[in-house]
Design a protein around this ligand. Structure first.
Ligand SMILES: [Zn+2]
Length: 79
């Protein structure tokens, strides 16, 4: 009887872990999908962290803060 009870608790714990793990993965899924890569360094960022510029008719380019600052300092060195 004690063994059956232990097995039941173990199974319950396992299924709880499975549900919890699935939830964590489910929460991470959409967030990861919303990440956009910077057009310069290819690092993934949230869209609100990126500067968006349209190039040509439909191509959008995304720039992260680091790359914008890098480009800005490059421009400063030229002038
Ligand atoms: Zn970048």
């Amino acid at each position: 009887m004690i063994l059956t009870g232990l097995a039941f608790v173990f199974l319950l714990l396992l299924s709880l872990l499975a549900v919890f793990g699935y939830k964590v993965l489910g929460d991470k899924g959409p967030e990861a999908a919303e990440k956009t890569r910077c057009s310069v360094c290819r690092q993934p960022f949230g869209k609100e962290e990126l500067l968006v510029r349209q190039v040509g008719d439909h191509k959008l380019m995304y720039f992260c803060r680091g790359c914008v600052l890098g480009l800005w300092s490059d421009l400063g060195m030229k002038n």
